[in-house]
Design a binder for this molecule. Structure first.
Ligand code: C5P
Length: 247
C-alpha cells in the first residue's frame, strides 16, 4: 500500500481496501479417514506453484480429554469420530484470524498420547489455506469462510487398510485396536456425519490423487480464483491512487 497516511485515516480505512494478505483463499478437503485427504492436499500444494500455501489439519482441534476419557481412548473405546470431539469454536476463531490477515496459534496434537502437546504452532495468513479433516465441511461457520469445498472419496476397504497401516506405523496403535475402533466409531459416524458432507461439496474427487483429471480441475479452479482476486486488488489500488492524485 502506498504510504498516504494522515493520522489514523489510512488508505485502507478510507476506501475499504482489503489487502491481499487479508484475503486468504480457504479450501476445505473432507472425506473418510484413510481416503487420501492429506495426500490430495499435498498434491494440490505441489501443483499450485505459489509461495505461501498452508495445510491445516483439523486433528489439531481435537478437544483435550479428562483422565477418565483418556483411559478409554487408550482402550480404543473413545469416540473421536463424532463432531463433538472437535473444538469447532476454536477452529473458527483461528480461521477468522487468518481471514482477517492476522497470525494465529494452532495447537499441536499427538495421536500416540491422545492429547494436545504443550507447544503450539504460530502461522501467518497465507495466500491459500487448505483445511483437511474428516469434518472439514461440517460446520456452517467454516463453510461460510471457504472458497472451495472438496470431498475426497475412496472405497471403505481402501480406507480401512490404509488406516491400519498408518495407525500401526505412525500412531502407536495395534491392529486389533484399529479394527475395534473402526467398527465401533469410525464406520457408523462416517455414515452419519462424514459422507453427508458430499452434499455441500463443490467437487467430489473419486480415487484421490490417482484421479489426474479431477486434480487438474481443482488446481485450475484455484489458480483462476486467485488471479481474479489479484486483478480485483490491483484495480482497487489503482482507483485509490487516482483518488489521491486528484485530491
Ligand atoms: O487423519 P485422519 O483423517 O484419519 O484422522 C481422523 C481419525 O483420527 C478419526 O477417524 C479418529 O478416529 C482418529 N483419531 C484417533 N485417535 C485420536 C484422535 C483421532 O484414532 N486421539
Amino acid at each position: 500500500i502506498p504510504d498516504h497516511r494522515d493520522g489514523e485515516d489510512t488508505i485502507a480505512k478510507r476506501a475499504h481496501y482489503s489487502p491481499p494478505w487479508a484475503d486468504v483463499s480457504i479450501i476445505g478437503v473432507a472425506g473418510s479417514s484413510g481416503s487420501g485427504k492429506t495426500t490430495l492436499s499435498h498434491a494440490i500444494v505441489n501443483s499450485l506453484n505459489l509461495p505461501w500455501v498452508v495445510i491445516m489439519s483439523m486433528d489439531s482441534f481435537y478437544k483435550p480429554l479428562d483422565p477418565e476419557s483418556s483411559k478409554k481412548a487408550f482402550r480404543n473405546e473413545w469416540d473421536f469420530d463424532a463432531p463433538e470431539a472437535i473444538d469447532f469454536d476454536e477452529l473458527v476463531n483461528c480461521l477468522r484470524d487468518l481471514k482477517a490477515g492476522k497470525r494465529t496459534k494452532i495447537p499441536n496434537y499427538s495421536f500416540e498420547k491422545h492429547a494436545r502437546l504443550e507447544n503450539s504452532t504460530v502461522i501467518y495468513s497465507p495466500h491459500v489455506l487448505i483445511l483437511e479433516g474428516i469434518f472439514a465441511l461440517h460446520d456452517s461457520r467454516v463453510l461460510d469462510l471457504m472458497d472451495m469445498r472438496i470431498y475426497c472419496e475412496a472405497d471403505a476397504d481402501t480406507c480401512l487398510s490404509r488406516r491400519i497401516i498408518r495407525d500401526v506405523r505412525d500412531r502407536g496403535r495395534d491392529v486389533e485396536g484399529c479394527i475395534k475402533q473402526w467398527f465401533a466409531f469410525v464406520k457408523p459416524n462416517f455414515e452419519n456425519y462424514v459422507q453427508p458432507q458430499k452434499n455441500v461439496a463443490d467437487i467430489i474427487v473419486p480415487r484421490g490423487i490417482e484421479n489426474r483429471v479431477a486434480m487438474s480441475m481443482v488446481t485450475q479452479y484455484i489458480e483462476r480464483r486467485l488471479l481474479e482476486k489479484s486483478t480485483r486488488h490491483r484495480a482497487a489500488l489503482k482507483s485509490l491512487e487516482r483518488g489521491y492524485d486528484s485530491e
